[in-house]
Design a protein around this ligand. Structure first.
Ligand code: COA
Length: 566
């Protein structure tokens, strides 16, 4: 079928649906929801059999849905309506939720239901639920709806929605999200911030300045502190007391600054945070000495696991340096298998574009950040005394993908999406030793084709290409359990010394052919031009990205219908 995606952006969910449907043999073209006239034009150009809206904030024009079946993905159960579906589900403590695919009609979210899929809620942020449970359920629901449409072509699917418990909910306002620090316990504070993460955040005040709060994590306190008081910091987060404990606030967006965007709290409030007592935590400390930490090293059955759960998968210079220290520690350990677990939502998305944007000289900070991530990648490539495994629970993009290729083995959860290219970020050339790591892995096609393609790649396809070695686990839990079992089996292999010997020899041969330093120098020469050269594309793209500027046109590599001068 010819399917047109109408969407606000080509986000993770849209990418997943795109990959599912193209893998089933459908042709999918994408149009961003920019203006009614543009949508109508796209439909006229493409003449799709079906329109699917993975992410929409406004109604589809009647001129479109009157003549073409339009299916809208709603992150709510049957009967639920309104733009804050997940926000309410989190705040209300729903245990079971779902995704519904319904047909667009005059009234929003009120059309006939084509498919719905349930999922179990998790205590997590809205974006985490969206990236995992909602995305998986949407993939199933949309596939089923498309099958149904292909089979019947019918405009009225026979799904009985009587007795559905969903209902119309209003858009959640900041008044609904407001935290009462004198009353709300840690769980309530967390739920409120989780329900507003990644957008719009909870409007609050920190250090007497208005700001939006994001990225919260619970903490127990040995002694109670005055609720609402900021009592410490760890890395880039601050600790704020609640009535029964405390929460770490990792990211904020200041409201008293023009043109502010989301930043690590310690960067947004540099002066205020400076004198707060540091509450360090050892990355290798036992899990029960818990408390929130971005980096964690644990050992199980002779395997070392390094977790690096950076918000949004973005890795600033400071985060790369902290991870470098954790990695150096891991490399002093006797475990012969090192699993890089990344974060729960993202494995890594490369350098931290927001932190770069906030720097006095974004070009200098870009440079520092790429050097820091390159150093990390080199340390992984040179870890020849152990088997290194990159285990992707979540998606990876740009430099994050290539850093993973530094591992000997890349394992990915079913459904994980890789964006193994840099060019969408203002034609960035990229580093992270990709010119060394990519060609030695690619099984088919040229590295340039993949890099120029600019399209997402699903784990199964990445395995065909050679970027990934194994794909398993339908859920995050199943994936993690299998990773642990496979890694333990690897560590127990009798031929492990022989494997490591072969690894060392290969590295030595590669180094003799062309030293790592040469790859790095060539890549960085191109990156220097991106950062400091005449062409400002990267700086413009980064600025638009961190400020979430809505696109004003759909890129040609997505909009098939706009190619060839159409
Ligand atoms: N630096 C800072 N923030 C980043 C980031 C990065 N490298 N990559 C992703 N994010 C943030 C986004 O700004 C967004 O923030 P929000 O919570 O305020 O909404 C969040 O992560 C989720 O990103 P989003 O684009 O909505 O996720 P997605 O699943 O739709 O898309 C990517 C994933 C990787 C395709 C996309 O985020 C991307 O292109 N990232 C930039 C990658 C890059 O160019 N890195 C630099 C070169 S190494």
């Amino acid at each position: 079928m010819r399917i047109l995606f109408l969407t606000r952006s080509f986000n993770g969910l849209a990418q997943r649906l795109y990959l599912e449907l193209t893998a089933l043999g459908h042709e999918v073209s994408v149009e961003f929801d920019i203006a009614d006239a543009v949508t109508i034009e796209a439909v006229a150009l493409y003449r799709p059999e079906l329109v699917i809206a993975p992410l929409l904030k406004r109604a589809i024009p009647e001129a479109v849905w009157r003549d073409t079946v339009c299916l809208v993905v709603h992150p709510g159960i049957v009967g639920d309506r309104g733009p804050s579906a997940l926000d309410w589900a989190i705040v209300d403590g729903e245990r079971a939720w779902g995704v519904t695919v319904l047909q667009a009609e005059a009234e929003l979210d009120a059309g006939p239901v084509w498919a719905s899929e349930p999922f179990t809620m998790r205590e997590a942020t809205k974006s985490s639920l969206y990236r995992r449970e909602v995305t998986e359920a949407a993939a199933r629901a949309v596939t089923r709806a498309v099958q149904r449409f292909a089979a019947t072509g019918s405009r009225t699917p026979a799904i009985d929605t009587r007795g559905a418990r969903g209902r119309q909910r209003p858009a959640m306002q900041q008044a609904d999200r407001r935290i009462d620090w004198e009353r709300d316990d840690t769980r309530t504070v967390l739920r409120k911030i989780d329900a507003a993460d990644g957008a719009p955040g909870v409007l609050d005040r920190l250090f007497d300045a208005p700001c939006r709060l994001f990225d919260a994590h619970a903490e127990r306190l040995p002694l109670p502190a005055q609720p609402g008081l900021v009592i410490g910091r760890r890395d880039d987060a601050v600790l704020r007391a609640t009535v029964d404990g405390a929460v770490w606030i990792g990211h904020v967006r200041r409201e008293d600054r023009n043109d502010a965007f989301k930043l690590p709290t310690a960067l947004a409030f540099k002066d205020e945070v400076e004198n707060l007592p540091e509450r360090p935590i050892d990355a290798a400390g036992p899990a029960e000495a818990s408390g929130w930490r971005e980096l964690r090293y644990e050992v199980e059955a002779g395997v070392g696991y390094l977790h690096f759960d950076f918000y949004n998968g973005a890795m600033s210079t400071a985060q790369c340096e902290r991870m470098g220290a954790a990695l150096r520690f891991a490399l002093t350990r006797p475990e012969r298998v090192l699993v890089l677990f990344g974060g729960t939502d993202f494995w890594s998305n490369g350098i931290h574009l927001n932190v770069i944007e906030a720097a006095e000289s974004p070009a200098d900070e870009s440079w520092r950040n790429i050097i820091a991530i390159d150093d990390l990648t080199r340390a992984l490539i040179e870890a020849t005394d152990r088997v290194v495994v990159a285990a992707m629970q979540g998606n990876a993009g740009a430099g994050g993908v290539f850093m993973a290729l530094a591992a000997d083995q890349v394992w990915a959860r079913h459904g994980v999406i890789l964006n193994p290219h840099y060019k969408n970020m203002g034609n960035l050339y990229g580093s992270e030793y990709w010119t060394y790591l990519l060609p030695r892995r690619l099984r088919s096609g040229a590295p340039g084709t993949l890099m120029d393609h600019r399209l997402p790649v699903q784990a199964a396809r990445a395995a065909e290409l050679g970027l990934v070695d194994a794909v398993f686990g339908d859920t995050a839990q199943a994936f993690v359990a299998t990773v642990r079992a496979r890694a333990a089996a690897l560590a127990a292999r009798a031929d492990l010394p022989a494997l490591l010997h072969a690894k060392r020899l290969q590295r030595r041969r590669d180094e003799a052919d062309k030293p790592l330093a040469a790859y790095r120098e060539e890549e960085l020469a191109r990156m220097r031009r991106n950062f400091y050269g005449f062409d400002p594309s990267y700086h413009i793209a980064r600025s638009n990205f961190v400020r979430r500027v809505a696109p004003s046109w759909t890129p040609r590599h997505l909009a098939i219908h706009r190619r060839g001068g159409a």
